[in-house]
Design a protein around this ligand. Structure first.
Ligand code: SAH
Length: 346
């Protein structure tokens, strides 16, 4: 089956005119419906014959929301998306004063093996296609009548976006299409554990996204223990790639730093981090580890987190704590999917 949401307006027009003999304006109408993440049945201004022909060969909505949890604390909503092959991935909608940020997944599972992360526990199942990633955004956006319900997107759900490079880049093109949902790339954050060659490729493309490096530990020997990707790409190289990205795009870099109790929260860590980032236009988001049952790792206490932030500030590093949202609805990435899989295996 062909996923129509994988196609740009031009590709769709070409496909529908050659395969189904439709006129270009009809392709435009189909494209508009695809942005609403509906099925062919709902495409009311498309002829029944064409809808039936399309349904035979194509998929209109690549993902469906099968479960929604809403936080009683802050209104954060967590979604479970079902792909057409039965796999599930998750997303989270966080509400801020300036708009709504949707965190989405780029892969089913992940093969990066970070020790603190729930998404990687079962390894990589498969990559999502560009249209499947897009459909996560479209499905949530369609929940409300305002045309721009989702204003910001972060690629921080399950998966490593730069391990699915081509589809993620295609997604960025699709999601920012002014004829489509038209979310500006400046409102999109791409978070990576540090796959250096693909950070460089992304920089060379000049796409003005917000690049976030999940750093978590400035010492390579320690970082390698929690993030195996360090063995391939040392942290200095990942930071250099961030600098290169800034030089190419002019976009400030973000660093994600998750504090693990007694492991990466000392003054020595703050000092080394400050040295590593010296002179760079970066902002560090500090967060305490969200405990995942299977990992046995503990988050840093509130007082140690404040102390660590204080060190960074004194060392001249721009840093704030990232607000923890939706703790009451299966916090960390990958947890909801794991619970769903546990409940549904029979
Ligand atoms: N693979 C990408 C994006 C997905 S993970 C990356 O590594 O950046 C999104 C962020 O959540 C990363 O910074 C990741 O390190 C962090 N993360 C994963 N599990 C976590 C947990 N249990 N607690 C806190 N942060 C976690």
């Amino acid at each position: 089956m062909i996923i129509l949401q994988d196609m740009s307006m031009t590709e769709l027009s070409e496909y529908l005119t050659t395969e189904f003999g439709v006129r270009p304006f009809v392709a435009g109408q189909v494209y508009s419906w695809l942005q609403k993440n509906v099925g062919f049945d709902d495409m009311s201004n498309i002829s029944l014959a064409l809808r039936a022909a399309l349904a035979d060969k194509c998929i209109a909505a690549a993902v469906q929301i099968v479960e929604t949890l809403e936080s009683a604390v802050d209104g954060t909503r967590k979604f479970l998306f079902r792909l057409t092959d039965g796999n599930v991935v998750e997303g989270v909608l966080m509400r801020y004063k300036y708009g709504n940020t949707l965190c989405i997944s780029t892969q089913v599972g992940c093969r990066m093996g970070c020790k603190f992360c729930a998404s990687t526990l079962g390894g990589l199942v498969r990559n999502l296609s560009a249209g499947e990633i897009l459909s996560e955004v479209l499905a949530v956006n369609a929940l409300e009548t305002e045309p721009r319900y989702v204003t910001n997107v972060v690629l921080m759900g399950s998966g490593e976006p730069l391990d699915n490079f081509d589809q993620v880049v295609k997604f960025l093109q699709l999601v920012s299409d002014p004829q489509g949902i038209g979310i500006s790339l400046r409102n999109i954050s791409l978070s990576t554990c540090g796959i250096v060659p693909n950070m460089i490729r992304l920089a060379d493309m000049g796409l003005p996204v917000n690049l976030t490096l999940s750093l978590h530990d400035p010492f390579n020997d320690e970082r390698a223990l929690i993030m195996p990707v360090t063995n391939a790409y040392p942290v200095e190289e990942a930071v250099s790639a961030c600098k290169y990205f800034f030089d190419k795009t002019g976009r400030r870099i973000y660093i994600e730093y998750t504090l693990i109790d007694g492991q990466n929260d000392s003054y020595a860590h703050a000092m080394k981090l400050a040295l590593l980032l010296h002179g760079m236009p970066v902002h560090v988001n500090v967060i305490s580890l969200n405990p995942v049952r299977e990992t046995g790792l503990k988050g840093t206490s509130e007082s140690n987190l404040k102390r660590f932030l204080g060190y960074l500030t004194k060392l001249g590093v721009s840093a704030t704590r990232r607000r923890t949202m939706g703790r009451d609805i299966e916090g960390a990435c990958g947890q909801l999917r794991r619970r769903y899989l546990e409940e549904h295996h029979d």
